[in-house]
Design a protein around this ligand. Structure first.
Ligand SMILES: [Zn+2]
Length: 328
């Protein structure tokens, strides 16, 4: 799972963004402002990971504890190399003392407002971690491929259940109020997610999950042949499928929007390694794989880019991409 956003916000905030040994100001890996690679900060585990164990016993910790902020120290790359090369001198206990002394020194220079900001940042970061894991951002490509590639939208049951919990959870959150644009972006995500789920539900078979997936009913299929009725239902079915797909594109757009705001307000290195969320679709007779990167652009980047389902039915054709269906 790796180091959570909260652990990184706690580590970088309480370290004052500086190396615990030489006090050099550091930037996060992937930060676009990082034109000096030697200023990139390393989040170094005190008790190291199994693969690169230099200190302590890896068997003592599980992976969750290894990646907690209490087991991490922020160092410049030079000091990181130094402590690894001199592991007998830089024991876990010694590094723990260095970390504690550095964080105490940083906190001593804080104003009451600095303290409040750090507390607020940690609250936001915890919520963003919940949002990331419930949304399963790390498997977004797989989720999108199931939803968009076939002739009927299919949703992984575990993702659906988590999303069902997430939407109301986000809508009732009380936020610190420090970064209203980030809060709006999360509210926007919750709104799109609620609408996606309610539209999907209209024709989903929620009673059965087939191999862990919920399927859309092909409601145009009928035992009695009635050409006019059939063609009317196929049209309705196609419109439904294209709306579900376009709502998922909008959800991806709004998730990328949240990530942009997290990088702007909380932590510049957030999901920089993974990059933007993309939608994977397998289309055509040969199931060619193509990728879309839906994002709000230009004048769409306002506090509330999504204005409800009725508005979206026409606005979707003005977005950077849409799937299926044509503007009526
Ligand atoms: Zn240093």
């Amino acid at each position: 799972m790796g180091i959570s956003l909260r652990a990184r916000v706690v580590l970088w905030g309480r370290s004052g963004g500086k190396c615990a040994i030489c006090k050099k100001a550091l930037v996060a890996r992937g930060d676009l402002a990082a034109d000096d690679s030697s200023a990139i900060g390393d989040e170094v585990p005190l008790v190291a990971r199994a693969a690169d164990a230099k200190r302590g016993s890896c068997d003592v910790f599980g992976p969750e504890k290894r990646d907690q902020h209490t087991n991490l120290i922020l160092l410049c790359q030079e000091d990181h190399r130094l402590i690894d090369a001199q592991s007998a001198k830089h024991t876990v206990e010694r590094l723990r003392q260095i970390k504690a002394a550095h964080e105490t020194q940083v906190a001593a220079g804080w104003s009451p407002e600095d303290k409040r900001r750090q507390q607020d940042d940690e609250v936001y970061a915890s919520s963003i971690d919940e949002w990331s894991s419930h949304s399963d951002l790390d498997h977004w490509g797989d989720i999108s491929a199931a939803l968009i590639s076939g002739d009927a939208p299919v949703v992984r049951k575990s993702w659906y259940d988590a999303a069902r919990e997430l939407a109301p959870w986000l809508l009732v959150r009380t936020w610190p109020g420090r970064y209203p644009r980030l809060e709006y972006a999360l509210g926007n995500y919750a709104w799109v997610l609620s609408d996606l789920l309610s539209v999907f539900d209209r024709h989903a078979d929620l009673e059965h999950d087939w191999d862990g997936y919920l399927h859309t009913r092909k409601f145009y299929k009928s035992r009695e042949w009635d050409e006019a009725r059939y063609s009317e239902l196929v049209k309705k079915y196609d419109a439904h499928v294209s709306l579900v797909c376009d709502l998922f594109l909008e959800l991806t757009r709004t998730a990328n929007y949240v990530c942009d705001h997290v990088r702007e307000y909380l932590f510049s290195g957030f999901r920089q390694d993974q990059g933007a969320l993309v939608v994977r679709c397998n289309i055509g007779f040969d199931l060619r794989t193509s990728f879309l990167r839906p994002e709000y652009r230009g004048a769409e980047r306002v506090e509330k880019p999504y204005r409800g389902l009725d508005d979206f039915r026409t606005r979707r054709y003005t977005r950077d991409c849409f799937i299926g269906g044509r503007q009526p």
